[in-house]
Design a protein around this ligand. Structure first.
Ligand code: BTN
Length: 332
């Protein structure tokens, strides 16, 4: 786990409290009951983590810049959420945040537990596809949700996640994004985020769900054109500059908590107009792969449960509950 030692955290806190001013090494050593070389060792460790700390003889240490890390100490003090992410699990590297969250769920972790990583080595997408997870570029997170939901309602969670992402992108960056049913978030027709929800249920109700989200944040054009199997983009490419992942994460968590609570109280149907307003597929001719079937038709709308209504070429309407949209009319 990517945890920071308590003394290091304390030094960081003191440097942050002194905002840009020097803090004496002797003072730090006395306050923390450690030697001056001990202070120096912790300072170097913080530097390795990306904190820019200036040192000057007789004056001490001064914090110059904070890295765009998703570590607990950079996120948790700034959370504006009531219940989401207060149990915060940060990892520099992990196979998959979803796998980690599923393990925590089985061990009894609480509702709203968040797992977030700087890098995934086995990031998973829907349909067992790989989710490319470059270190420190994207946000790779999983949220544990424990409200029992009727089994057929659980897939709706992904709609809430994608809607929250789209709203956050608009509020924070003025980006108009769209949702490719069921749960891809596109910017200018290119994929910027994906959601993988995994649920454990009994016959009728979910025991828990893990909602995994991957967001392309600071990927460069070169990184994005390589190995991705679909046209992809990142927030940085779209706005033209690197953005703080900390800001993206914090704002997304607040938006998701609001939307999720609203969904629990009112159900998906009251949120459908918003979902439809941001739909990438509505009104277009699309192809949906459902298992070994391919259905082509015009996307006409969604049922109150979130299933897709397709008007086929033969004039029949088909309700599609789950599938993968493989082609959208006029796509990039
Ligand atoms: C998709 O578009 O197919 C869904 C992609 C989901 C990727 C995220 S990244 C965080 C979480 N951990 C994983 O292994 N997958 C999800």
């Amino acid at each position: 786990m990517g945890s920071t030692k308590p003394t290091q955290l304390e030094i960081l806190k003191i440097l942050k409290q002194n905002e840009g001013n020097f803090v004496s090494g002797v003072g730090l050593a006395e306050r923390l009951g450690i030697s001056r070389p001990g202070v120096w060792k912790h300072i170097n460790r913080l530097r390795e983590m990306g904190y820019e700390i200036q040192s000057q003889s007789r004056l001490g240490y001064r914090l110059v810049a904070v890295p765009d890390s998703l570590a607990r100490e950079e996120i948790v003090p700034h959370l504006k959420t009531q219940w989401l992410a207060h149990s915060y699990h940060y990892l520099r590297t992990i196979g998959s945040t979803n796998d980690h969250a599923l393990l925590l769920a089985v061990e009894g972790a609480s509702h709203g537990t968040l797992v977030v990583a700087e890098e995934q080595t086995k990031g998973r997408g829907r349909l067992r596809r790989e989710w490319i997870s470059y270190p420190n570029r994207g946000i790779y997170l999983s949220i544990l949700l424990r409200n029992p939901l009727p089994v057929r309602v659980a897939p709706q969670l992904a709609y809430i996640g994608s809607l929250a992402l789209v709203k956050m992108l608009y509020e924070e960056f003025g980006i108009t994004a769209s949702i490719k049913w069921p749960n891809d978030v596109l910017i200018n027709g290119r994929k910027a985020a994906g959601i993988l929800t995994e649920t454990q249920s009994d016959q009728d109700f979910t025991r828990f769900s893990v909602m995994g989200i991957g967001i392309n944040v600071n990927h460069s054009r070169e990184e994005i054109t390589g190995p991705f199997r679909y046209p992809a983009t990142s927030i940085a490419i779209e706005v033209g500059f690197a953005v703080k992942r900390q800001r993206v994460l914090l704002q997304f968590l607040s938006q998701f908590e609001r939307d999720y609570d609203h969904f629990l109280q009112k159900g998906l149907s009251v949120m459908l107009p918003e979902f439809e307003a941001h739909s990438e597929v509505l009104g277009k001719i699309i192809t949906v792969v459902c298992g070994d079937r391919e259905i082509m038709g015009r996307a006409q709308g969604f049922t109150p449960e979130g299933a897709l209504l397709l008007l086929r070429e033969d004039g029949l309407q088909e309700t599609v509950w789950a599938g993968d949209v493989s082609h959208v009319e006029g796509a990039v």
